[in-house]
Ligand binder design. Sequence first.
Ligand code: NAD
Length: 288
Amino acid sequence: MKTTSGQKTALSLNDRITLASGTAMPPLGLGVFQVEEGDNLTAAVKSAIRLGYRSIDTAAVYGNESGVGQGIREALPENGLGREELFITSKVWNADLGYTETLAAYEQSLQKLGLDYLDLYLIHWPVAGKYKSAWKALEELYRTGRVKAIGVSNFQTHHLEELIQDAEILPMVNQVEFHPFLTQKKLLDFTREHNIVLQAWSPLMQGGLFEEPLLLELAAKYSRTTAQIILRWDLQHGVVTIPKSVHEARIAENSQIFDFDLSSTDMERIDGLNQNRRVGPDPDHFDF
Ligand code: NAD
């Protein structure tokens, strides 16, 4: 089965997408936005790793990097895994954008996570006038081997064009809001052309898609849950997806998406649900 851009669709949780850096990125990860530090978070990270997830997506602003780190530290020996088998992402927050500020923010994230490198470090939001100097810091971290891959988040096509003008290294990933009501066709095409992997945040629209009749119809047709239909649609677009849940059954459910194919007609029908509707802030109009 090929993705809509012609690559091979990931066949299992162990499959990897190769970034421009050569870094191997899992096609599915666990998101931990709005999960507070504590047993719930540690347990979710541990469940995910036990169930075969290898990628965790956090951010400085989530305030939970320490808990993610604790979950990782407990999960590794319990599952006989080494650090290098995981793919850990964090993001520099807007207040820390700037060359020296961003270098310092990276060290702080590492310290909280208790790690000595990240697999992916992202600029969280394209704050005007600030993201280019922050990008210089990410390039430095990448060049000196402190981080395996670098990228951005919430960048529209015009932000990427602007960044690319003086970038020495292109972003390897762009993590954006992406789901059947916000299919980001133009951005997806642009990132494919530039060998940037698109990663979907709020892939389930934070629960806002579960009553959509077409998705319910397809769930019945393929004998899957609505969440699985949506996440499979991501994979078949070659989009890396990071659904959030703290419930073990749902974490498991969200990973059982590698053993069925949506037909190309059904992929197009889901694409047709697009309403350019966001659940999160608009990257062209945010004030934080
Ligand atoms: P999501 O679309 O993943 O939805 C999460 C919610 O969906 C959960 O709270 C749960 O209520 C529900 N859910 C999950 N699995 C389910 C299932 N199988 N069945 C029924 N309900 C289910 O929303 P999200 O957390 O906003 O996004 C995912 C991740 O993306 C975040 O945790 C975070 O890591 C990342 N993110 C990044 C940004 C950014 O600016 N870069 C912004 C938002 C989120």
